[in-house]
Design a protein around this ligand. Structure first.
Ligand SMILES: *Cc1c(COP(=O)(O)O)cnc(C)c1O
Length: 409
């Protein structure tokens, strides 16, 4: 292995992250080496699953002065630290905390910056449960949410009032994949005491690093790409220096922690994230290009395509893309969509994404868009491109499109 010392067990997550981020090592190498301390565990390669509530102290003095790194299972274990250090390093943040799901990472991030009387600006294509949290729980706690068009860019300056405390972004947006101009939004919010939170689940820090572009807090549904195998729920929150204390405090106050087995699965998934993302990026883009030429597809919503309205910003700010995108079909009788979906042999019908297997869902837009709209005469379908042989997936889709087409006119 290398002769560089891993962070000592007494380093804080923040120090460990900084140490690695300051290194010249590439993200791919850090994914493989960060957060593992074989010499502390008999040489075994992977950090074991530390199942813990009680952590024992050697004596009363140590107990009274909290003089050890780990104090109680809820507050962190070597299992959680092993994942936090990787994400802090990749996102180039001051620290990371883990949560039992992506949604709890989002709610915790929001609660760490807004309070009664504050206003929150949220992009219209935000992940729907985030919206439900804002309109329900946060509204009850006295926080007002207003939605903005994800294409707003610097125009967000006009929506910011003295009460605005945060902007909650997601780029690309869920289901419709709009790309946002993060640097323009950061510029518009500058000096106005507005925190920028962004959901970076789709691109991962391998392809997009929002903190480096001026965001304050980055959240991930680790359930998707980090775990990567459809077998655990997981979330992460990473903050920059100015926001780290509040995130850490709120996370602690709420008693959030990820289970030890799920930390292990996330750590295991992260070791291969770079090769998976490289493959997913190439496969999804290839499939998106192919679909653009298939009848009766109207348009394909993938920011890596030249036809996508956010393509220029995507090329400027991202170095690759994720494994999900949508495509639009002309509206047809209801049976057409059932025929398309029910005949699928490889694409499974189910929510979530980021695993190894292809998935297909029918996005619904009844209550989750208030300032943007979609053409009335089309229906979107969202795909997660799995790691099956691409030609097999294309054949499955081609047959599905033919079944759909049989119902048109
Ligand atoms: C799935 C998802 C979430 C929620 O993650 P869970 O782990 O399911 O709670 C949040 N944001 C995005 C963009 C997602 O795709």
């Amino acid at each position: 292995m290398n002769d560089r010392q891993p962070p000592s067990p007494h380093d804080t997550a923040a120090d460990a992250g900084k140490k690695y981020a300051a290194d010249s090592l590439s993200a791919q190498t850090r994914l493989v080496h960060t957060g593992r301390h074989p010499r502390q565990q008999h040489g075994m390669v992977n950090t074991p699953v530390y199942r813990a509530s009680t952590v024992l102290y050697p004596n009363l003095a140590a107990y009274l002065t909290h003089d050890q790194e780990f104090e109680y299972g809820r507050r962190g274990t070597p299992s959680s630290r092993s994942v936090e250090d990787v994400i802090t390093s990749l996102e180039n943040g001051a620290g990371t905390r883990l949560t039992p799901s992506g949604l709890s990472a989002i709610s915790c991030a929001l609660m760490s910056v807004v309070g009664a009387g504050d206003e929150l600006l949220v992009s219209d294509s935000i992940y729907e449960p985030t919206r439900i949290f804002c309109d329900g729980y946060l509204a009850r706690m006295g926080v007002t949410t207003r939605y903005y068009d994800p294409a707003i860019g610097a125009g967000i300056a006009e929506l910011i009032t003295p009460a605005t405390r945060a902007v909650m972004m997601e780029s690309p947006g869920s289901l419709t994949f709009e790309i946002q101009d993060l640097p323009a939004i950061v510029g518009a919010a500058k000096g106005r005491n507005v925190s920028i939170i962004i959901d970076n689940t789709w691109a991962t820090p391998l392809f997009y690093r929002p903190l480096e572009l001026g965001a304050d807090i980055v959240v991930h549904a680790g359930t998707k790409m980090f775990v990567g195998h459809s077998d655990a729920m997981f979330g992460t929150i990473t903050a920059n220096r100015s926001h780290w204390d509040r995130v850490e405090t709120t996370h602690g106050d709420m008693g959030l922690c990820a289970g030890a087995d799920d930390c292990f699965l996330a750590a295991r998934g992260l070791r291969t994230l770079a090769i998976r993302m490289k493959e997913f990026n190439a496969r999804a883009l290839d499939m998106a290009r192919w679909l653009e030429g298939q009848a009766p597809v109207r348009r394909v919503l993938h920011p890596g395509l030249a036809s996508h309205p956010g393509h220029a910003i995507f090329k400027r700010d991202f170095s690759g893309g994720g494994c999900t995108f949508s495509f639009a079909l002309p509206k047809a009788p209801e049976e057409a969509m059932h025929a398309l979906f029910d005949g699928m042999e490889l694409f499974g019908i189910g929510v979530s994404w980021g695993g190894f297997e292809g998935l297909i869902i029918l996005p619904q837009f009844t209550n989750n868009r208030t300032v943007t709209s979609l053409p009335e005469d089309e229906q979107l379908v969202r795909l997660h491109i799995g790691l099956e042989e691409p030609d097999d997936l294309k054949a499955d889709l081609k047959k599905g499109l033919e079944r759909y087409r049989a119902f048109l006119d």
